[in-house]
Ligand binder design. Structure first.
Ligand code: PHE
Length: 451
């Protein structure tokens, strides 16, 4: 049977952008910038994107497009032995784990969307009120698990619709609208009295804030935001035709993803400082800050509604992309029906996510290595498994399959500005073959040795 492919020429771009743009950009990026060094973190992060994230992204899409298979079979085809097949399976498991706790945060967003409908998040008069509102909600286990389940059901329906209809359509609407609303929020934030302190935190690097952890988190986030290291981009690449240009498809996605994250930070930090919140508030940062702005604006009700609707859509297109590798594997290898695969993966991810959803409601003394379950699983997955998956993909492509073949495959398809550019060629060779694998290794080692 011929493999399903993207419906239109830009189908991959929209679906991959839909996967990349999500909670990592709008929820996670601002909070880790606030926690791990402000503008200095951003500089390290952008360097990680350029030297590691983009080369790994291109490598993963190329592996998928070359093999036209799910991650396990694709790794096996290029690597030709059990180790590489096992590495492919490892990335599929990582994707599944991501989808389990990602849905918990997406559930919070969905819950906020419902609160927005009832006008509950556009009338706060102080930062304390906004904080207490969030804390009360997430510490209620019925609320947290209920919305986690609700969100998973939405994903289920989108996923049974399949690659063409489900994945492409959602992103086509979501990405442009999200850009538009973020720009509106940036304008609101920047024009608030006292916003300049936030702007300088966000834009003026203070290098003394950098620690070994900064590098690990910047690396993990660069991978997470581009949906790398866990099979998604290999799977999406496998729906590309052999003659579709890799660079024309990958570069716009990386650009849009970075732009949206930077705009989210630019919207949030001026507000954080203007209303006297702490930038290192962690996971709840977005939920504390934006409702305060919505409360101060005339059209706040509508803006809140629109914002959480778009964020829910962004989370949906990312979540389904985290579930797709395992679904593709069950269909390709185990010959399951699509609907059976989808329901199994959705139920599994829901059940795995339940302890994470409970993390904020059970006794805070139940911790492991000083972290609650949610923090622990996201640390292990995002800071260890994801970079390791990306590392394996790039080693497979550049060292096992061979850089010559890889570069030839990158060039396949219509000639264009990027492919014929000598600088681009040098950049790809050097980063894919040497810089990215070496830097991933160094960052890993230094962060564990100096712990
Ligand atoms: N890139 C997504 C985001 O920015 C998260 C994600 C990671 C989705 C991995 C799928 C796989 O939110």
């Amino acid at each position: 049977m011929a493999r399903v492919t993207w419906k239109s020429k830009i189908g991959f771009i929209f679906a991959a952008a839909g996967s990349a743009v999500g909670l990592a950009n709008i929820w996670r990026f601002p909070y880790i910038v606030g926690k791990y060094g402000g503008a200095a973190f951003i500089c390290v992060y952008l360097a990680c994107l350029l030297l590691i994230g983009l080369p790994v992204f291109i490598s993963e899409v190329l592996i998928g497009r070359t093999a036209q298979k799910n991650p396990r079979s694709a790794f096996k085809e290029l690597g030709k032995n059990k180790f590489w097949a096992g590495s492919g399976t490892f990335t599929i498991i990582t994707g599944f784990l991501i989808s389990s706790f990602y849905s918990v945060v997406a559930g919070w967003v969905l819950g906020y969307l419902v609160s927005a409908i009832f006008g509950q998040i556009s009338h706060f008069t102080s930062a304390d009120q906004a904080q207490n509102f969030f804390i009360n909600l997430v510490s209620n286990p019925v609320w947290a698990v209920g919305f986690h389940l609700f969100f998973m059901c939405l994903c289920f329906f989108l996923l049974v619709a399949g690659v063409r209809k489900g994945l492409e359509r959602g992103s086509e609407i979501m990405v442009p609208f999200l850009l538009f609303i973020l720009i509106a929020l940036v304008i609101c934030g920047v024009t608030m009295p006292g916003s300049h302190v936030g702007l300088s935190f966000y834009l003026k690097p203070d290098w003394s804030l950098i620690t070994p952890t900064t590098f690990l988190f910047a690396l993990g986030h660069a991978f997470f935001t581009l949906s790398l290291g866990q099979g998604t981009m290999v799977t999406y690449g496998s729906y590309l035709g052999k003659k579709d240009s890799i660079l024309n498809n990958c570069l716009p996605v990386a650009f849009i993803d970075t732009l949206i994250a930077l705009l989210a930070g630019l919207a949030i930090f001026p507000i954080v400082f203007a209303v006297g919140l702490k930038p290192d508030a962690g996971e709840p940062l977005v939920f504390y800050t934006l409702p305060l702005v919505f409360s101060q604006l005339k059209g706040g009700y509508i803006l809140a509604l629109l914002f959480f609707l778009l964020l829910t859509l962004a989370a949906l297109t990312s979540q389904i992309s985290a579930m797709e590798p395992l679904i593709a594997y069950l269909i390709d290898e185990k010959k399951w029906k699509r609907s059976t695969s989808v329901i199994t993966v959705a139920m599994g991810a829901f059940l795995f996510g339940v302890p994470a959803a409970f993390s904020n409601s059970i006794d805070p003394r139940f911790t492991l290595f000083g972290m609650n379950f949610f923090d622990l699983i996201s640390y292990v997955v995002l800071e260890i498994m994801v970079p390791l998956g990306g590392f394996l993909a790039i080693i497979l492509l550049a060292w096992k399959w061979g850089m010559k073949k890889a570069y030839k495959a990158i060039k396949a398809g219509p000639s264009n500005f990027w492919v014929d550019n000598a600088f681009m060629k040098g950049y790809l060779w050097v980063t894919i073959k040497y810089v990215a694998p070496i830097l991933i290794g160094i960052i890993f080692l230094q962060s564990f040795i100096r712990r």
